[in-house]
Design a protein around this ligand. Structure first.
Ligand SMILES: Nc1nc2c(ncn2[C@@H]2O[C@H](COP(=O)(O)OP(=O)(O)OP(=O)(O)O)[C@@H](O)[C@H]2O)c(=O)[nH]1
Length: 478
């Protein structure tokens, strides 16, 4: 019977299906958890963190601007000595150097002169749109404001101006002073958050336009021109809800916002979901490979053991366990094959049937174990005496049968005689049984188209005849 591989394939399939299903469930669950954690913890925490840092960055310059606006020197100078520009230039310069500001300035309400740490820059005028900030500020009741703006005298980069009004003793506004910071420090901070935490941070104004973003990463034009993103931003600044989601080029993004009052801007923190689920995906692929490998290993082990068990069972079912000779069932299946081949090949076949003489005595005198050893030794002599193409079997008890292939009655008689002599003269058998062990053999030739029963009856008769003739001999029936 051939080994059926189907069961191994079924076990392999089940194992792999089970392991991949579990990995898939685990993967979906981990993805979900990561997303939830991003929404409920990472994003809001980062938002608060950045917000706090920005406020810290603003406090110090705000304090400096406030002290300057209350400085009696500044007030006196504006009231009496505005003509001496050197004095105020020195003053502004000393503050710029001491606190490492990008620029320090003063605007006189009386003369409308704009002084910076580099001297008198211009006269502010309501007709000049670059000076609109001063007149807007003046018109508002608040004492200070933060203004992110360009200054034509200070290059193209955005500057964060912290402006404070200066009042005389009668509470009349006599000017405005303050400091300017390059927004590049914000850029550094945004870069830090992107590199360290994989978050994209930027600011949008109340119209939903991106106002400050990390240079080179979030080009303002690109973001502002992207129609879907623009809609999302204007929705975000209007909507109450803190969390937003959107998809762009197949990528999923999560965004959260906070209004920064000092800057009059919305702080936006954006997370590309893929950056946070990458490790989960990698773990998934790794697990699949490991499971595939384990399944393969288990399959090989199962295959090995099942094949071995199958081979053992087959041997047990087809061979005699004591002598390891084929049993009667195996003999018959081979016998039938050879009989059908005989008709095709016109081949001569002969049958030898033999039985140990007085085996009962051996058992009785030496014990059953010795009897077993005798049987094993006879099987061994049998194997060495006949050709490997012949078919041999233990018929049962102390009886054996041989189908001699391509053998006439005469050839079979010679083989039987040889076997008889080999057994009779075996030193091993004498050693075991403490006497000579002999066998009686019946021989006959297979006739054309004869039925099995008559063949076996004839050979059995031949054996009976050998026993009758005094044992330890070969008897032939033609
Ligand atoms: N040790 C051993 N003895 C076996 C085995 N199978 C059969 N026998 C013994 O073989 C003996 C056969 O005895 P009998 O049928 O009386 O034949 P015999 O003593 O050989 O006498 P003849 O055939 O007339 O020569 C019995 O004692 C069985 O118990 C076996 O596997 N092992």
């Amino acid at each position: 019977m051939r080994f059926n591989y189907r069961i191994v394939f079924i076990i392999t399939g089940l194992l792999f299906t089970l392991s991949t299903s579990l990995t898939l469930i685990n993967y979906i669950d981990s993805m979900d958890t990561t997303r939830k954690q991003l929404k409920t913890a990472s994003l809001p925490l980062t938002l608060d963190n950045i917000y706090t840092q920005i406020q810290k960055q603003i406090i110090e310059p705000n304090l400096i601007a406030s002290v300057m606006s209350n400085d009696t020197f500044m007030k006196d100078w504006l009231a009496h000595e505005e003509s001496d520009a050197d004095q105020i230039t020195q003053y502004l310069k000393s503050i710029k150097d001491k606190y490492q500001m990008f620029t320090v300035f003063l605007v006189s309400e009386e003369s409308k002169n704009y002084y910076s740490n580099e001297g008198l820059l211009e006269k502010v005028s309501p007709d000049n749109k670059n000076n609109a900030w001063y007149f807007n500020f003046k018109s508002k009741p608040k004492e200070s404001e933060i203004n992110i703006d360009h200054n034509e005298f200070m290059g193209q980069s955005l500057i964060m101006f912290i402006n404070h009004k200066i009042y005389d003793e009668n509470n009349n506004m006599i000017g405005a002073t303050g400091v300017g910071l390059k927004t590049s420090y914000i850029n550094d901070m945004l870069k830090y958050f992107r590199e360290r935490y994989s978050f994209n941070v930027f600011f949008v104004n109340k119209q939903g336009e991106v106002f400050i973003a990390e240079q080179g990463i979030n080009k303002l034009e690109r973001i502002n021109l992207h129609p879907e993103f623009k809609v999302l931003m204007s929705d975000m600044v209007k909507d109450e809800k803190p969390l937003f989601e959107y998809e762009e080029s197949g990528e999923s993004y999560l965004l959260t916002k906070k209004y920064v009052e000092e800057l009059d801007l919305f702080l936006i923190v954006e997370a590309k979901v893929d950056n946070f689920t990458q490790s989960v995906k990698e773990a998934f692929y790794f697990n699949i490979i490991v499971y595939l490998f384990i399944t393969l290993l288990i399959t090989l082990i199962v295959l090995f053991y099942v094949r071995n068990i199958h081979a053992t069972l087959m041997a047990l079912a087809s061979n005699d366990s004591l002598t390891d000779l084929p049993n009667r069932r195996t003999f018959f299946s081979r016998f039938k094959r050879l009989i059908s081949l005989k008709q095709r090949n016109k081949q001569k076949l002969s049958l030898v049937f033999f039985d140990i003489d007085d085996f009962k005595q051996v058992n009785d005198a030496q014990g059953h174990d010795v009897g077993d050893k005798v049987l094993i030794e006879i099987a061994s002599i049998l194997k060495t005496t006949i050709r490997h193409t012949d078919v041999v079997a233990r018929w049962g008890g102390e009886e054996f049968i041989i189908l001699l292939v391509d053998s006439t009655l005469e050839d079979a008689q010679k083989t039987a005689e040889q076997l008889r002599k080999n057994i009779e003269n075996s030193a091993t058998l004498i050693e075991h049984a403490k006497q000579k062990v002999t066998v009686s053999l019946g021989v006959t030739e297979v006739r054309e188209s004869e039925d099995t029963d008559s063949l076996f009856k004839r050979v059995d008769n031949a054996l009976y005849q050998a026993k009758k003739d005094g044992k330890n001999c070969v008897s032939i029936i033609d």
